[in-house]
Design a protein around this ligand. Sequence first.
Ligand code: NIG
Ligand code: FE
Length: 420
Amino acid sequence: MLITHASQLITLSGGPQRGSDLGRLGIMEDGAVLIRGSSIVETGRTAELLAKFPAEETLEAAGRVVMPGFVDPHTHVVWAGSRAKEFEMRLEGKSYMEIMAAGGGINATVQATREAAYETILGQTRSRLNAMFRNGTTTAEVKTGYGLETGAELVQLKAIRELDHEGPLELAPTFLGAHAVPPEYSGNVEGYVDLLVAKMIPAVIAWWQENCPAEPLPFVDVFCEKGVFDLEQTRRILSCAKDQGFPLKLHVDEFENLGGASLAAEMSAASADHLVKTSGEDIRNLAQSDTVAVALPCTPFGLGDPHYTPAKEIIAAGGLLALASDINPGTAWCGNMQFVIALACRAMGLTPSQAIAAATINAAAAIRRADRIGTLEPGKQADLLILSTDDYRDLAYRFGGNLIQTVIKKGVIYPSASQA
Ligand code: NIG
Ligand code: FE
């Protein structure tokens, strides 16, 4: 199949974009893409590819933007229940961490998810994933973390695997057993860390070897935050995971600075995420590593907090910046990467081209899939979007709607529901 006449073919060719390199879109005007099966074979000018492949079936982009699908490298999309009541409590003056310390927050969703039937979890998550796909996300990382005991965490992992196989949205799993201290261990954080290290992480390995031995291990992530897991507890959990061969991720500096970003860099984590209260020293350490800095602007927006990730400082220091939705029932009930891009430009000062690169190739690097997805280059997976506009800047300039006309996943065409 040959996609022809893209007003702007956004190739993003050349790999992850560090520091001032961020925003190199590699735009080809009147562009075309040749797809065979699930892969991209060639990109070029429409006239050139039509002449070279005259017998090819064509898909007319008709003067619209063609670009890689969005990669969302940080989501908590598997959950049951609602926390609308907590949203209202926050508007009445309670803070997120106060609600969590009183037994609500993450543990409220843990209770709802533990009590839900497997089919309910699957059904609710599936409809959220389908909405993300219609809004242009073609690959998403998905965390466990609403089970917080071995069996319930494995149920979440199973749901992630099942929904990944179902498609079309492709999923990269993460074990987040260290998302919070469950009620059974209230006041005994060390006891829960012991359980994670001695029982839960080994159980994940055993489950993985039994169910998907040929696939790479999931990421292991920890919520490193004052009142959740401190730096030493985080180090213990991550060291255990790393020793057993897991790739790492980390939630850091969402509310307070504990030095987690430097720890992520030191341990060669794939990414350090949130980064709101990050110090200059942490930013420098991160920038000197291959750990991707993932900003989640929907989280402060969802909390009504005016503090956002210092994205410009991260770029100036030479860091690798990515964007993600963080979709979850507590802080950010939004999985729309178009909104993430529009918000990142306004709240963190990114340009539209920087935000787009951060939501595609750099987001792919944050889940260690930059070799397969995130750009339109020969040999890469055919995950593409056709927008309903001729100008990529509309993704940031306009907001609150859906500018995705067509999603192509592994070479298969899915019409979206653009309201443009
Ligand atoms: O990334 N910070 C921890 N995890 C989520 C919130 C999860 C929840 O509140 O349910 C976050 O913001
Ligand atoms: Fe998160």
